[in-house]
Design a protein around this ligand. Structure first.
Ligand SMILES: Cc1cc2nc3c(=O)[nH]c(=O)nc-3n(C[C@H](O)[C@H](O)[C@H](O)COP(=O)(O)OP(=O)(O)OC[C@H]3O[C@@H](n4cnc5c(N)ncnc54)[C@H](O)[C@@H]3O)c2cc1C
Length: 237
């Protein structure tokens, strides 16, 4: 994902991330009750089976009267607008290598999502990586200027933390003092600062988010494409 680039001046090198890294860290495990089993057709992941199972319970159609495969069944569910059955399947992703601006767009999606994001109050950002915007990639001059800008910003952060630690020397609890200093110093960090975030979302929520975000050219679009690829293996999105 990220790699370290040496700067042209005397400041320390910064780590640059060019591609998001997405790891699926949890997905549904479907456990079919023996006393109320479904006549399955075709392949299906645990999440897909779970959604189909819930849908079939609504009409007690476990005997699969129309002989639909799981893929056909879920396609029909989506067409009918019966999307609530997709909410049973929850997928959890660890997302790294995205910028703070990208994660800010992401966390605006509320319904069906849960988030745990790296705290800039508790974590020292003196060695944080920075995410290069896709629009800058590949242009040597723009890349160099951008690298210079984020490097300056990181140096300003380090300087601010030092000053604030001195200002709040009277705070005896060192952990609290550091938190106060980092909380104020982070204000000079750019939107490009890398974040790590764990996102849990049900299949319906992921679908809504992907529909909204994959149509536009932004950082989130890039991120959505990766999520879309990773998730497709486990659910018919
Ligand atoms: C192209 C684009 C540009 C944007 N630009 C801006 C911008 O300039 N400024 C800005 O602030 N934001 C902006 N946003 C963010 C946008 O306003 C939404 O916050 C974001 O897309 C999340 O969408 P959502 O609220 O539908 O998602 P979710 O919160 O996940 O909600 C999903 C769906 O659940 C339902 N729902 C959720 N909460 C409620 C509720 N409280 N009451 C009733 N129904 C609810 C709605 O049907 C909603 O569509 C932009 C988004 C996009 C895609």
């Amino acid at each position: 994902m990220g790699h370290t680039e040496t700067r042209t001046d005397t400041l320390a090198p910064v780590e640059v991330s060019r591609t998001p890294r997405i790891s699926l860290i949890a997905r549904p495990q479907f456990i079919e009750p023996e006393h109320l089993a479904v006549q399955w057709r075709g392949p299906g992941s645990d999440g897909e089976r779970l959604a189909e199972y819930a849908g079939r319970l609504c009409y007690m159609s476990q005997h699969n009267p129309v002989n639909r495969t799981t893929a056909e069944y879920l396609e029909n569910i989506k067409k009918q607008g019966h999307g609530s059955v997709l909410e049973h399947a929850v997928y959890v992703l660890l997302i790294e290598g995205i910028s703070r601006s990208c994660s800010h767009e992401l966390v605006r999606h509320r319904a069906g999502f849960g988030y745990s994001q790296l705290s800039q109050r508790y974590v020292d950002e003196s060695h944080a990586a920075f995410v290069m915007p896709p629009a800058t990639l590949g242009d040597a001059r723009l890349e160099e200027e951008w690298l210079h800008q984020v490097t300056e910003a990181q140096a300003a952060y380090v300087h601010a933390v030092e000053g604030l630690m001195q200002r709040y020397e009277w705070v005896s609890d060192k952990v609290h003092r550091r938190k106060m200093a980092r909380e104020a110093a982070r204000s000079v960090l750019p939107n490009a600062t890398e974040v790590k975030i764990v996102v849990s979302g049900n299949a319906r929520a992921w679908r809504t988010m992907l529909e909204l975000r994959c149509g536009e050219e932004s950082l989130t679009t890039v991120f959505c494409r990766v999520v879309s690829c990773a998730s497709r293996v486990h659910f018919v999105f």
